[in-house]
Design a protein around this ligand. Structure first.
Ligand SMILES: N[C@@H](CCC(=O)N[C@@H](CS)C(=O)NCC(=O)O)C(=O)O
Length: 209
């Protein structure tokens, strides 16, 4: 698909994951930067893009896609030449989708509940069961690694890996060697370095404004 992608972005935020993904696929894109402190996400113009008033959102080929996980999944499928998603029919497609959903369904709610010291509900009621099991489940996978799909780097590393990096940075995940080594590997990706450098420039510019 050739039309330009627009990313509605705030630096740094969950939309940094979408920025990392865009850098991985290498397709042309334009950033529309929102200042969340100034509540630009609640202006009518942006609510028309995402009524949730949240970033990220992308526009591409007349479509609007919100939710970091959906954006990563969409871009990986729309730009197969980047090799970031096993195709339908590939035996790795199932495991790939498992991790693409695990982040939003299990890992993120587990991290947020834990960070906010919320009293966990009955295990059977919680979509992720409990924090410890959720964390150790991904820890075991990346310990074996090097990536979520073994030797195959994929959009699951962009998406779930960004959350792991964020979780470590803010001490919301245990500082185990497996997590540290995984994030070190992720930080070696040139696309991640480019995305982080774009965010740093945006943050510096925002400070001066
Ligand atoms: N479920 C969304 C969450 C997006 C989200 O919470 N974005 C935050 C930035 S990290 C945001 O836009 N916050 C602005 C606000 O809620 O006012 C996703 O995964 O993309």
């Amino acid at each position: 698909m050739s039309s330009k992608i627009i990313l509605h972005h705030a630096a740094p935020s969950r939309s940094s994951t979408a920025l990392f993904m865009l850098e991985e696929i290498g397709a042309p894109y334009e950033l529309k930067v929102l200042d969340l402190q100034k509540e630009e996400q609640f202006k009518a113009e942006y609510l028309a893009v995402n009524p949730m008033g949240k970033v990220p959102a992308i526009e591409h080929g007349g479509q609007i896609i919100t939710e970091a996980g959906a954006i990563c999944t969409y871009l990986a499928d729309a730009f197969p030449e980047a090799g970031l998603a096993p195709a339908i029919g590939d035996p790795m497609r199932g495991p790939y989708l498992r991790w693409m959903f695990f982040q939003g369904n299990c890992l993120e709610p587990a991290i947020i509940d834990h960070a906010l010291k919320r009293e966990p509900g009955r295990r059977g009621m919680m979509p992720y069961g409990d924090y410890e099991t959720t964390v150790s489940t991904i820890e075991k996978v990346i310990e074996k690694g090097p990536w979520f799909l073994g030797e195959r780097y994929s959009a699951a590393d962009v998406y779930v890996g960004s959350a792991i990096a964020w979780g470590l940075q803010f001490q919301l995940l245990p500082e185990g060697d497996a997590f540290k080594r995984y994030v070190a590997r992720l930080n070696e990706r040139p696309a991640r370095q480019r995305a982080m450098s774009i965010d740093q420039k945006l943050m510096a510019a925002a400070k001066q404004a």
